[in-house]
Design a protein around this ligand. Structure first.
Ligand code: PMP
Length: 294
């Protein structure tokens, strides 16, 4: 992720990642009390462009508000600093990771001060480019009544780590997690879509993380006149689908070949998901509709 020369943005300054110091006596390290984001920049015809930068930093602010972690930064300024960070590290296509973490404090109380770091590195599609084998995890998604699941809170990701590890140890690439009602909610860090009889289905927002890529997929469906329906999905809905795909900033759009023992018969290239995948690639590489910053 970094070498001797890599710079990160830390509380207003660009500093070397190597040797940057954090307080070991903080709630983020001990209790997972922090919030983060994941963005991608692309080398486009118009230069380096961060896809949906405003949406991601707004979500970071909302996540911090959800846990009363003070958020004193202006998002436009953070976006500008992120572009400077990319240029300083000579990065064009990159994954970008802002993290807001608490200061020195070991109490089980919300924090009165916070730090921000932004790092960036080259990262290919998170789940690779081959069709995926996924399993229905034995681990459920966090219950929204335990803590809001629409915020990107560090501690929540223990759940994703355990589900992914279980999947990989059982010979799969990624896990699908059920919600508290036993419906398929999403993957460990991606949202899920299925195709059945030429319609696309995805679970509604209540028990899932509101992916920005998920919303982009919905927009693409509307744009291309594909019918998209938000509805709770049972395990059987997923098993009996014609095809399925996952969406996320890191993974982008990636098709699913197999769920547990069920292998989809439809050839991926012929699915609506494949059309959406192609449109998404064009969208992130063109970004003509997004404001030019550098
Ligand atoms: N679900 C979870 C739990 C995630 O962490 C992510 C990635 N942030 C997603 C879904 C996909 O969200 P996005 O499309 O905004 O990257």
């Amino acid at each position: 992720y970094y070498n001797q020369n890599t710079l990160i943005y830390l509380n207003g300054e660009f500093v070397k990642a190597h040797g940057a110091v954090v307080d070991l006596f903080g709630q983020s390290l001990h209790y997972g009390y922090g919030a983060f984001e994941g963005l991608r920049s692309y080398s486009t015809h118009n230069g380096t462009r961060i896809f949906k930068a405003e949406e991601h930093f707004e979500r970071l602010e909302k996540s911090c508000n959800a846990i009363n972690l003070p958020y004193s930064w202006n998002n436009r300024m953070l976006i500008e600093k992120t572009y400077e960070l990319l240029a300083a590290n000579n990065l064009r296509s990159a994954y970008i990771r802002p993290l807001v973490f608490s200061g020195s404090n070991m109490h089980l109380m919300t924090s009165t001060d916070a730090n921000i770091m932004i790092a960036a590195w080259e990262w290919g599609p998170y789940l690779g480019q081959n069709l995926l084998k996924v399993n229905i995890s034995s681990i459920e998604r966090p219950n929204p009544k335990s803590f809001r699941v629409d915020a990107k809170i560090s501690g929540q990701y223990i759940n994703s780590i355990m589900a992914t590890s279980e999947a990989i140890n059982n010979g799969f690439d990624e896990a699908l997690l059920l919600d508290q009602d036993g419906c398929v909610a999403q993957a460990s860090s991606e949202n899920i879509f299925i195709e059945k009889d030429f319609k696309i289905y995805t679970p509604p927002l209540e028990n899932i993380f509101p992916g920005i890529t998920r919303q982009t997929v919905i927009d693409i469906c509307k744009d291309l006149n594909f019918e998209i329906i938000e509805k709770k999905l049972t395990i059987d809905d997923v098993y009996q689908a014609d095809s399925a795909f996952l969406s996320g900033t890191a993974a982008e759009i990636i098709g699913v070949k197999q769920v547990d023992h069920v292998i989809y018969k439809e050839h991926w290239e012929n699915t609506i998901g494949a059309s959406i995948q192609r449109k998404y690639k064009n969208l992130v590489l063109e970004q003509e509709n997004y404001e030019v910053i550098i």
